[in-house]
Design a binder for this molecule. Structure first.
Ligand SMILES: O=C(O)CCC(=O)C(=O)O
Ligand SMILES: [Fe+2]
Length: 363
């Protein structure tokens, strides 16, 4: 199926980000060198590849499910549209969100399936989904969600230890006893685009587990003004830290700015799909540094500007604000775009600066 397999090679003449490769099996074995590599990746770029994660089969099935679902007639998909109130779950139609401060329309569509709806299936916790999702909930979505949760919780437990937090301090903020914003996502970008797919952003939540076959994802390393492609590597996931985890850690872990551009070179002529899983905190968790529980986090907060990492916002409010402000129907001017921004942008860390705020352009 076009876009589902890499039908053209990733070009070798575009700038590429030097992500480290982390071996998930070594993490599970408690390998100290691998844990050290993960810690450096989490605190420096905030992105890394993950190999041997054991979710390859489920990911393949999610690519098929995503393509089948986003091939449904748009009138059918529109019955599940996320709307303008800041809800994430459901279908996001093309052209409904802005990709920069000028209000440039996006060209991607996606389907978000709540972790809670997968776990409570067949009873919906949040909402219902298109028929393709229902048909494959048991054999595809639920196994993908469960395995992705295991991967992200394993990484979270490592960061918890490395940050000097007591056992369970981060895990308890992500327990399933309360609804949360965690979700699986399939994104589809049409072929031969010249404009931005997903504008510069940080991820809203804790950890992202992403699967790409075509290029297009770009990251801007901190202290630079350069967008670098993340080259898809066969069987390797791309993982990254989101805002919530950056805030919990007092900024020690980095939630880096990234965006999705058309696939580079000959890959541009194909439809692009991506599959991701976002772990996010329980809805009522307040996004603030966990400084009472860790000297390392307390120290990081002490050296940051007053009030940094005290958002006063619950996880649910944080996500809802950011999605609401992205929707073009809610746009009042450039300030609506700025209000959609997360930790790299809104003054909590002041790292990426004005560059990430500028309209996105292909490199
Ligand atoms: O499609 C991709 O490669 C990444 C998408 C992304 O950054 C997101 O959905 O948050
Ligand atoms: Fe993202």
């Amino acid at each position: 199926m076009p876009g589902l397999t890499a039908t053209a090679p990733f070009p070798d003449d575009v700038p590429v980000a030097p992500l480290v490769v982390i071996d998930y099996q070594l993490l599970l074995q408690g390998d100290k060198t691998e844990i050290g590599k993960l810690w450096r990746a989490g605190t420096e770029l905030g992105f890394w590849y993950l190999k041997n994660h054991g979710v390859e089969g489920e990911v393949n099935r999610m690519f098929d499910l995503g393509a089948d679902s986003l091939d449904l007639p748009v009138e059918e998909l529109m019955k599940f549209e996320q709307g303008d109130n800041g809800d994430s779950f459901g279908y996001k139609a093309r052209g409904t969100i802005q990709t920069d401060a000028n209000g440039t329309r996006d060209n991607v569509e996606f389907l978000n399936i709540a972790q809670d709806d997968a776990l409570s299936w067949p009873r919906p916790t949040h909402r219902t989904y298109p028929s393709t999702v229902n048909t494959h909930m048991k054999d595809t979505v639920i196994p993908f969600v469960r395995k992705s949760m295991d991967v992200n919780y394993t990484i979270l437990a490592i960061f918890e230890r490395q940050l000097g937090l007591p056992r369970g301090a981060l895990a308890s903020l992500h327990s399933t006893e309360e609804p949360c914003g965690s979700e699986a996502r399939c994104i589809k970008t049409p072929p031969n685009q010249s404009s931005t797919g997903v504008g510069a952003h940080t991820d809203f939540g804790t950890l992202t587990f992403l699967h790409n076959r075509l290029g297009g994802l770009q990251v801007m390393p901190s202290g630079t003004q350069k967008w670098l492609y993340i080259k898809p590597l066969f069987g390797h996931a791309v993982c990254n830290v989101g805002d919530a985890l950056s805030i919990f850690s007092g900024g020690i872990l980095r939630s880096n700015v990234h965006r999705v551009m058309p696939p580079p070179g000959a890959q541009a002529q194909f439809e692009r799909y991506s599959i991701s899983f976002f772990t996010r905190p329980r809805n009522s968790v307040i996004l603030r540094a966990q400084r009472e529980h860790s000297d390392m986090v307390a120290k990081a907060v002490a050296s940051a500007p007053d009030g940094a990492f005290e958002t006063g916002s619950t996880s649910a409010e944080w996500i809802s604000r950011r999605i609401r402000k992205l929707r073009l129907n809610n746009r009042k001017g450039p300030e609506t775009w700025y209000a959609s921004m997360g930790t790299e942008h809104d003054g909590i860390k002041r790292r990426a600066g004005a560059v990430a705020l500028a309209p996105s352009r292909p490199v």
